[in-house]
Design a protein around this ligand. Structure first.
Ligand code: NAD
Ligand code: MG
Length: 393
């Protein structure tokens, strides 16, 4: 029996993960589930999955959950806060950790899982973007397995040779990182100024949490994914080409020196990369509807437009810069996206806040955990001041 800790189990990826676990009750068991504040949802998951532990980030919420669990008479231990998250990431009965918390809040438990030598299923790209070198070193040093859940990186992984040993040694010329272009792919710059959070969250192909949905709309998601791919595949940024592919059927490609391009295709449903990473190197069913190529009929490709989506340019510059620059970019983006979702910041001001923060906060070249957390905190404060300056009345 493989024990799974699902960090962020009430979110979009978390729910899909539990769905895959439920399809294979003979092989997989949820040993821990966690949420930020959603007591109702976590309680329902405790009843349905009977994990050993349930963690609420918020202390008050943990108390509410505790009462409900007691009343229901089920045997689940409730924990709270960062210590609780770290504890369930290193449990002896846990073999795999699904890292599906959104944003920087997922860094410490995900890192703890790597340090405990677990199989880490990484959806929480922000954790890797922030800590890059540090995270990859922890994986190597502690013999952890890192499997990408982000559909693009999972696709790249699937298109790589089994014994991947760096791009050059594997005969890889380029990574083609695809993206749908988001809900505003064809919208004019002038119109982008006035778009609302609901419009930004209405993704044409994927149903996701609100933060990543806004990231897809600004294309910062692709920028974060560029940085994520650099770390996962030891690739310099210039070896990664972003390709806009509106149908989201090809999830990314790998181009080899002999002219071959390998692609991974499938329905846009995250249960495919989740099931793939849980079962790897085997395969198992995911419950996803089969792709009908006759319904798909055509696949289109376009160049990304840096002028309408300046986040792409910012992320590429940060990928080239290295050090704590990516932690600064990530923190500023989290603050700006939150302000946009609260309707206090305009859509086109998201990239302005990030650019201004990158100018104001100087990046360190050495990346220790302390330096990453410091860069994150400093960038949040500076980004908040830029949000105030640009605030909508
Ligand atoms: P979501 O908003 O639906 O869920 C986020 C989860 O994290 C929830 O369980 C929430 O309770 C928890 N959480 C939020 N803030 C927290 C905090 N401060 N402390 C502890 N827990 C907290 O998000 P999602 O769409 O499931 O995305 C999760 C991660 O996966 C993100 O990093 C995202 O970029 C990545 N990802 C998502 C998708 C997708 O299709 N949804 C695809 C690729 C990558
Ligand atoms: Mg993705």
């Amino acid at each position: 029996m493989i024990g799974m800790t699902v960090l962020g189990s009430t979110g979009s990826i978390g729910v899909s993960t539990l769905d895959v676990i439920a399809q294979h009750p003979e092989q997989y068991r949820a040993v821990a589930v966690t949420a930020n504040r959603n007591v109702e949802r976590l309680f329902e998951q405790c009843v349905a999955y009977r994990p050993d532990y349930a963690v609420m980030s918020d202390e008050m919420a943990a108390e509410q959950l505790q009462q409900k669990i007691q009343k229901a008479g089920i045997d689940v231990e409730v924990l709270a806060g960062a210590a609780g998250l770290e504890k369930v990431s290193v449990l002896p009965q846990c073999d795999q950790v699904m890292a599906a918390i959104v944003g920087a809040a997922g860094l410490l438990p995900t890192l703890a899982a790597a340090q405990a030598g677990k199989r880490v299923l990484l959806a929480n790209k922000e954790a890797l973007v922030m800590s890059g070198h540090l995270f990859m070193d922890a994986v190597r040093e502690h013999g952890a397995e890192l499997l990408p859940i982000d559909s693009e990186h999972n696709a790249i992984f699937q298109c790589m040779p089994e014994r991947f040993n760096g791009l050059e040694n594997s005969g890889i010329e380029q990574i083609l990182l695809t993206g749908s272009g988001g809900p505003f792919r064809t919208v004019d710059r002038a119109e982008l100024v006035n778009v609302t959070p609901d419009q930004a969250c209405a993704h044409p192909n994927w149903v996701m949490g609100r933060k990543i949905s806004v990231d897809s709309a600004t294309m910062m998601n692709k920028g974060l994914e560029l940085i994520e791919a650099c770390w996962l595949f030891a690739a310099p940024p210039e070896k990664i080409q972003i390709v806009v592919h509106p149908q989201s059927i090809i999830h990314s490609m790998v181009a080899y020196i002999d002219g071959s391009i390998l692609a991974q295709m499938g329905s846009p449903d995250m249960r495919i990369p989740i099931a793939h990473s849980m079962a790897w190197p085997q395969r198992m069913s995911s419950g996803v509807a089969r792709l009908n190529l006759f319904d798909v009929a055509r696949l289109d490709f376009e160049r990304p437009d840096d002028a309408r989506f300046p986040c792409l340019r910012l992320a590429r510059a940060v990928a080239e810069q290295g050090g704590t620059a990516a932690a600064i970019l990530n923190a500023a983006n989290e603050i700006a996206v939150e302000a946009f979702l609260d309707e206090t910041l305009g859509f086109m001001d998201i990239s302005r806040v990030i650019e201004a923060t990158l100018m104001d906060v100087s990046a360190q070249t050495t990346v220790s955990l302390g330096a990453v957390l410091q860069a994150d905190a400093a960038a949040r404060e500076v980004a908040q001041s830029h949000v105030e300056r640009l605030k909508l009345i």
